[in-house]
Ligand binder design. Structure first.
Ligand code: RTP
Ligand code: MG
Length: 148
């Protein structure tokens, strides 16, 4: 099974969308392997978004992601990376399909509610940035045979 890194961004926490968002992933069939509320230090934010260093939106992006607590999670399941990305919708909420998380809750690309890893390689990198191995839990769900 594949794992992905997902986080409810500070605007999602402030707007009290945490339960709603986690509930969507649970109902879809993804399994929670790790979960915590945290305030991201600036250095971690810069590393996480390192691919965007030098771009015009880098500084505002780091300011935004460190502006309040986030809910960090690791989700597990078949094709977890692309499944979570599809559920999130396009980066700009204006282009995100209705019914996706960003399409439903977002108004602005700079306040787009949620992050999800964009590839299995990114997922591995980001999971290691945000979680220690002992914070991730492997367990059986009795309903797995009804999902797969
Ligand atoms: P994320 O990494 O947060 O899941 O978002 P993403 O893959 O859909 O988009 P990405 O290209 O990685 O951009 C990271 C975040 O930077 C902000 N952004 N602003 N003003 C702009 O043109 C712009 N472009 C990107 C967004 O908050 C985006 O989620
Ligand atoms: Mg990205």
């Amino acid at each position: 099974m594949e794992r992905t890194y997902v986080m409810v961004k500070p605007d999602g926490v402030q707007r009290q969308l945490v339960g709603e968002i986690i509930s969507r992933f649970e109902r879809k069939g993804l399994k929670i392997a790790g979960l915590k509320l945290m305030q991201i230090p600036r250095s971690l934010a810069e590393e996480h978004y390192g691919e965007h260093k030098g771009k015009s939106f880098f500084a505002p992006l780091v300011d935004y992601i460190t502006s309040g607590p986030v809910v960090a999670m690791v989700l597990e399941g078949k094709d977890a990376v692309s499944t979570a990305r599809e559920m999130m919708g396009a980066t700009n909420p204006l282009q995100a399909a209705p019914g996706t998380i960003r399409g439903t809750y977002g108004m602005d690309i700079g306040r787009n509610v949620i992050h999800g890893s964009d590839s299995p390689a990114s997922a591995e990198r980001e999971i290691n940035l945000f979680f220690r191995p002992e914070e991730l839990v492997s367990y059986d769900r009795s309903l797995d045979r009804w999902i797969y």
